[in-house]
Design a protein around this ligand. Structure first.
Ligand SMILES: [Mg+2]
Length: 439
């Protein structure tokens, strides 16, 4: 399908809003069109009166901008085009790489690497500071493109999002056509390159967008998924990090095919209660919904460690960073939370959670941190053990200002609010690693 003209898109959108309402009312993201929908390239078929099972009939697009921060810098300063560009912290102050252009990546530079190390690998690289405000602005434009095609947008970060397009097929053509149009419009309107992955679920869609990066466009059809998954290393499965990969290697399990053919008892020793979940992913099955911000029931941040961690202070440091991220996202979205939850996964994959509920909802970092810290310390005292993953989340979300306040007396609360505002501004300007509070 050629790119829609603006006028045609408007006509589509009006009908689309109506269908969207139907879709929302039906309560899931499978939109069963009464019409048979077959694209010319045969990418998608929604059965006529014979719907496919939910797990196979959904269409999900994952859009991931290529080297986003670095590409925006190259866009804003044409002199940088084609050059090795690193966006990140000052090498003299132990800064890290936030993003690197593909020209720099050729030298082995990647994000999260110390900037000083990156410069040793690629001495001619130009290092630029993070301009978060500008990236947020560009990200909004990208979202405006998404919004023409679906209300179901789940942002993962500024440069990455899942789009549920099952309900959009009737209006805009196949998922392939929608994905292609989105990619083209981002290129035409913003002069930026996105990699696009399309599949029946989030796991496969994200995998697809990564398979042919940069400038990728990959569709994983249901009938091909096992063939595509099988030869990939086990590390491509969500949640399998370096530590687990090593454990699997010692059992001679390197590929996804080997993993899914391994007896369950063996896998259970490694994955514990997560075994069934991992096996489903290995078979390309993932039923998680695309959750847009507006309907989000929780906001969270979690980290899988390269080596298991028991040390209380290190865990507190990680947790503080997560609390700050989540609190900032709450405020960005004008929300407050009633409940905090810690997620703790032991080295044997046993996962426990610890929750606390406030008397009144809050978006104040200090309040969230106080509860999170106490919950972690209490857990550490009673049931500490090596952790492979730590996460922090908030739930019971509501619009800011709609609840009563009991946590801090008013003057104290106002002071905390001002502190948070200053904090958000600094992080907005210099990036998320620019500032951390003391524990
Ligand atoms: Mg990206």
């Amino acid at each position: 399908m050629p790119a829609l003209s603006e006028k045609a898109a408007l006509v589509h959108q009006r009908r689309f809003m109506y269908n969207w309402q139907l879709l929302k009312d039906s309560g899931n993201d499978t939109f069963r069109s009464p019409l048979c929908q077959t694209s010319r390239r045969g990418a998608v078929t929604i059965g006529q009166g014979k719907p496919l099972p939910m797990s196979e009939s959904r269409r999900i697009i994952h859009v991931d901008m290529d080297a986003f921060y670095a590409s925006v810098e190259q866009l804003d300063n044409p002199d940088l085009a084609g050059k090795a560009v690193i966006v990140g912290g000052d090498p003299k102050r132990r800064g890290v790489v936030s993003a690197a252009s593909y020209e720099a990546r050729k030298f082995g530079v990647h994000s999260a690497m110390p900037t000083s190390q990156a410069l040793r690998l690629c001495p001619e690289a130009i290092v630029l500071p993070v301009r978060m405000k500008r990236y947020v602005e560009v990200s909004r434009h990208i979202h405006a493109v998404f919004e023409k095609f679906t209300p179901q947008i789940e942002p993962i970060s500024l440069d990455e999002a899942f789009l549920g397009v099952t309900g959009s097929l009737r209006l805009f053509g196949s998922a392939e056509e929608i994905g292609r149009t989105i990619k083209d419009q981002i290129k035409e309107q913003l002069h930026l390159v996105a990699s696009v992955g399309i599949a029946s679920n989030k796991f496969l869609a994200k995998l697809a967008s990564d398979l042919d990066k940069p400038d990728g466009f990959v569709i994983i059809a249901e009938e091909d998924k096992q063939q595509i998954l099988d030869p990939l290393p086990v590390g491509r499965i969500w949640g399998i990090g370096k530590v687990t990969e090593k454990a699997l290697k010692s059992e001679r399990i390197d590929t996804i095919e080997q993993l899914r053919k391994t007896p369950t008892e063996v896998l259970r020793r490694i994955f514990g209660e997560q075994t069934a979940h991992v096996l489903r992913l290995a078979r390309g099955i993932d039923d998680r919904k695309v959750e847009s911000w507006r309907e989000a029931r929780s906001i969270s941040s979690e980290q899988t460690f390269a080596t298991d961690i028991t040390d209380k202070d290190i865990l507190l440091g990680v947790l503080l960073g997560q609390v700050e991220d989540v609190a900032q996202r709450l405020r960005m979205n004008n929300l407050e939370a009633k409940t905090i939850t810690l997620k703790l996964r032991y080295d044997d994959f046993r996962t426990v959670t610890r929750s606390r509920t406030f008397a009144g909802p809050t978006d104040v970092t200090a309040a969230l941190w106080q509860q999170a810290r106490e919950a972690l310390l209490k857990w550490h005292k009673r049931s500490a053990g090596p952790l492979r993953l730590l996460g922090f989340g908030v739930s019971g979300l509501q619009k800011a200002g709609s609840g009563q306040r009991q946590l801090f007396a008013e003057p104290e609360r106002e002071k905390q609010k001002r502190l948070d505002k200053a904090f958000d501004q600094i992080r907005g300007k210099f990036g998320r690693d620019a500032l951390r509070r003391g524990k």
